[in-house]
Design a protein around this ligand. Structure first.
Ligand code: S6P
Ligand code: ZN
Length: 187
């Protein structure tokens, strides 16, 4: 940046659909097949068509991943749907630097933020437009869409947080969010 220069930000957030445009933006897509192993009924998950998208993530990473002191900004969209009685959801993770916190906020649709501490206590917070969620140190987090439309959730996290998917891939969360009598329930 030059002294006295007035510039334009490189990234714009669409306030109607919360999509990010500009550079550099990362676009990720996860198909249901790709994440089938997170579901209780993996066989049912694998039977969905190859192109069924479970969720997408857009992120602006203004600094390199792993940089200390920076921030990343993202928006995740989880599609509506269920594998048996279990709602479409994200893989879920602890941060690699486990003490790095994160903010989530609900933008569109409805869902649950499923949280688990290192002692494997699991609980959930309802997500809806305007709900704001602080994900503290050493807390695994996963989003599930419990509604009939796309669930869109904003996120902001430290650039050195990283993702530890292994722990969840190996041992999962200690509870699953399923639909029981029409209601989302942790079991
Ligand atoms: C990053 C943040 C989100 C998730 C996204 C997808 O720390 O928590 O951007 O990456 O919601 O979830 P997951 O578990 O597949 O990374
Ligand atoms: Zn995270």
């Amino acid at each position: 940046m030059n002294h006295l220069e007035i510039t334009n930000t490189p990234v714009i957030l669409g306030l109607n659909n919360y999509s990010l445009t500009g550079k550099p933006i990362i676009n990720q897509q996860r198909t249901l097949k790709e994440v089938a192993s997170i579901y209780q009924d993996q066989e049912v998950a694998k039977q969905f068509p190859d192109d069924t998208i479970a969720y997408t993530v857009q992120a602006w990473m203004p600094v390199a991943e792993g940089t200390s002191g920076g921030l990343f900004f993202g928006a995740s969209t989880i599609m509506p749907g269920k594998v048996g009685t279990e709602y479409f959801m994200t893989k879920g993770h602890f941060h690699s630097l486990g003490d790095r916190a994160e903010f989530y906020w609900g933008i569109q649709g409805k869902g649950m933020l499923i949280l688990m501490d290192r002692d494997r206590n699991t609980w959930a917070e309802e997500v809806y437009p305007g709900s704001l969620h602080y994900i503290g140190s050493e807390i695994a987090h996963r989003l599930a869409n419990t509604g009939n439309e796309n669930l869109i959730v904003g996120a902001c996290w430290p650039s050195d947080a990283g993702h530890d998917y292994d722990e969840i891939a190996r041992n999962g969360f200690s509870a699953r969010l399923v639909e029981e009598d029409g209601n989302p329930t942790l079991v």
